[in-house]
Design a binder for this molecule. Structure first.
Ligand code: SAH
Length: 393
């Protein structure tokens, strides 16, 4: 990054970096522009397949850690070429708006959505995370997978995420971070190189991220250090990375064609490996919830947009069980959960979890059903569940 970019803010440099490296990431990493996740002791193969399985897995780990509900309306901050968003839209039935600073990434992600038949579920735009234009309370989940470390004003990011979430909504973050406490001069030099090559302003620690989330007004804030699970991502044994590290002439050619910033892509590997090996680089997930009632407290005009709760719950239920089982007329307020759909306990648990995340921790669908007798269970409709939820909100 050159000085002029610093003065205009980091965004133009981030945009250029992802514009010029799009094909490199896609060829070497696939559709996921983020670390992989491995079990302790697991060693990645050199053929790239493991890397892909591991990057897929990281998305699922973050879904599980933050309890992202099926069928949620998600803002994907820093969506890359849409790998994670298309998983959320496909496997999880979410509706996703993905944003990235790179117009080329947004276009590629839209192409991939088209190819996956998911254009009604996922769309991608070139937008800045701090200037999205979305109304207060638009999303049930704000998802930021390896984008936070590019954003200099992290307090503003957490404040904006809170604004964009509806009460009870979930923030799910996974991010590069730095160890707690002061750095030695040597550590500082290493971190400085990583920041420069990866177009990041600075790193915060996982504890600092937690504090920022709480200060912004989030509740149920927690974070997990995943450094050991992701560090293999920089294993020089990955054949495809080694191939490029040895291809000096190719690197020279790329730098000539695209500008020297593109080389940051190649330099990251050994630097990040050293960073994880020495413990100065960390990686973690963070989850947080917008408190129910916070919108009214923060901004009286920001009340949740009026929505028909029975219809909303019917939609959630369709996402949980899949359209095939919903029947030709779909699911509506009068649909009986057990009487019509023969809901299985895992499906009931998934619906219950989504309701709890969206409408408050007091909601206990399994508890409600456990208190009914068999005739009442058979007669229980979506509208009954909506009435129960409304009573507890
Ligand atoms: N989450 C994606 C991509 C991670 S790469 C994945 O896991 O595959 C980092 C992404 O963050 C890039 O798409 C970059 O454009 C985006 N980004 C960085 N700063 C941003 C900002 N201020 N607003 C929007 N996107 C940003």
């Amino acid at each position: 990054m050159v000085g002029a970019d610093m003065e205009r803010g980091l965004n133009p440099a981030v945009e250029r970096y992802y514009d010029t490296t799009l094909d490199l990431y896609e060829e070497l990493w696939g559709e996921h522009v983020h670390h992989g996740y491995w079990d302790p002791g697991e060693r990645p193969d050199a053929d790239g397949a493991d890397r892909h399985a591991a990057t897929d897995r990281l998305v699922r780990e973050l879904v599980a850690y933050a309890a992202v509900p099926a069928g949620a309306h998600v803002l994907d901050v820093g969506c890359g070429i849409g790998g994670p968003a298309l998983y959320l839209a496909g496997a999880l039935g979410c509706t996703v708006a993905g944003i990235t600073l790179s117009a080329l990434q947004a276009a590629r992600a839209n192409e991939k959505a088209q190819a996956a038949g998911l254009t009604d579920k996922a769309e991608f735009h070139r937008k800045d995370a701090l200037d999205t234009g979305y109304a207060d309370g638009t999303f049930e989940v704000v998802w930021a997978l390896e984008s936070l470390m590019h954003i200099p004003d992290r307090a503003a990011f957490f404040a904006e995420a809170l604004r964009l979430l509806r009460p009870g909504g979930t923030l799910a973050v996974a991010t590069w971070a730095v160890c707690d406490g002061g750095l030695t001069a040597e550590q500082d030099a290493l971190v400085g190189q990583i920041l420069r090559h990866q177009v990041m302003p600075n790193f915060s620690s996982l504890a600092q991220h937690e504090r920022l989330a709480r200060d912004a007004g989030f509740a149920d804030v927690a974070s997990a250090d995943w450094s050991d699970a992701v560090a293999n991502s920089w294993d020089p044994g990955f054949a495809q990375i080694r191939r490029f590290e040895h291809g000096r002439s190719l690197m020279r050619e790329l730098a000539r064609d695209r500008g020297v910033d593109v080389l940051g892509f190649f330099y990251a590997g050994p630097l990040m490996k050293q960073g994880f090996d020495t413990g100065v680089m960390r990686y973690g997930a963070l989850r947080a919830v917008k408190p129910v009632g916070a919108a009214e407290a923060v901004n009286p005009a920001a009340a949740e947009p009026p929505r028909d709760l029975p219809t909303r719950i019917a939609d959630l239920l369709s996402e949980v069980i899949g359209e095939d089982r919903a029947g030709p007329h779909g699911i509506g307020p009068q649909t009986r959960l057990d009487g019509d759909l023969y809901l299985e306990s895992a499906e009931l648990a998934a619906l219950g979890e989504s309701l709890r995340r969206l409408y408050g921790a007091r909601i206990d669908l399994s508890g409600l059903i456990a208190g009914l007798d068999i005739d009442q269970i058979i007669a229980l409709t979506v509208a009954d569940v909506a009435a129960y939820v409304a009573g507890l909100r």
